[in-house]
Design a protein around this ligand. Structure first.
Ligand code: SF4
Length: 258
């Protein structure tokens, strides 16, 4: 299994695989596409690490990625057999993690969905999505969202050091929004400093989703940096209320998912 070196000196094992299917049913949207198994972003709080139970990976989450090299080929066949409905890209990996620059799996899937008028919701943490602006603008029914977790980039470095900085994500959202695309921010999880996000997001998103995502994988980081008071129901309620009232002030639709 080849190992490559990626930004932040993070070693990763990459394997090219042929998947059996690509367009899966989802509880969040009708369908989901995950072009990769695993995620180079390696967020400390990531719930998707549960995937390891099913894939047999023994490596730490974030240190392996299986690349579904036949993703587009499968999708082209599967959309002919399934009822057209919204596709979420992606659920348990970032579709624009660094490997996507080389493999273009997300790009090729997006092109097929756009060519066939399938509605799409893209969700990422990476400005690499801007590379596909040509397809995004061609698609008839598309929303592009960024996951953002805090307005404080020092906090971001503690919890998600391998992910593009928050200002880069907001700038990418602004560019997408200026291009006429429907954009959203998914505030999940609600990290310390999330309460100030609307001052950065005003004018670049059409709607906001907030999800506490209370999975406890990152509790040790809260403890190590004495942030436990930000891991409470009280903080979450206060931060959510602040985001809701800022959204009302700015006229942005806001949904608290949980
Ligand atoms: S970007 Fe998403 S899928 Fe990837 S590690 Fe972070 S939370 Fe998990």
């Amino acid at each position: 299994m080849p190992a490559e070196q990626f930004p932040n000196e993070y070693p990763i094992a990459i394997r090219e695989i042929r998947s059996k299917s690509i367009l899966s049913a989802s509880q969040i949207y009708p369908y989901v596409i995950n072009p990769y198994v695993g995620c180079q972003h390696a967020c400390s709080y990531c719930y998707a690490r549960y995937m390891k139970k099913f894939t047999g990976h023994k490596e730490p989450w974030g240190s392996f990625v299986d690349v579904k090299i036949n993703a587009a080929e499968l999708l082209q066949k599967e959309i002919l057999k399934k009822k057209r409905d919204t596709v979420w890209i992606s659920g348990v990996c970032d579709p624009y993690q660094p490997l996507e620059a080389k493999y273009k799996l997300t790009r090729n899937c997006l092109q097929i969905l756009a060519d066939n008028d399938w509605p799409v919701t893209v969700q990422t943490r990476s400005p690499l999505v801007l590379r596909d602006m040509d397809i995004l603008k061609q698609a008839k029914n598309i929303a592009v969202g960024f996951s953002v977790t805090t307005a404080d980039d020092d906090i971001r470095k503690l919890f998600e050091p391998h992910v593009p900085p928050i200002p880069e994500r907001v700038n990418a959202l602004a560019e997408l929004h200026r291009s006429g695309l429907r954009t959203y921010a998914m505030i999940a999880p609600v990290l310390p400093g999330a309460e100030s996000l609307m001052s950065m997001l005003d004018g670049v998103v059409d709607y906001i989703l907030v999800d506490r995502m209370n999975y406890h994988y990152a509790d040790s980081i809260y403890k190590k940096h004495r942030l436990e008071d930000r891991l409470t129901d009280g903080y979450f309620s206060w931060a959510s209320q602040k985001i809701i009232s800022d959204c009302q002030r700015f006229g942005v639709e806001c949904t608290i998912v949980c």
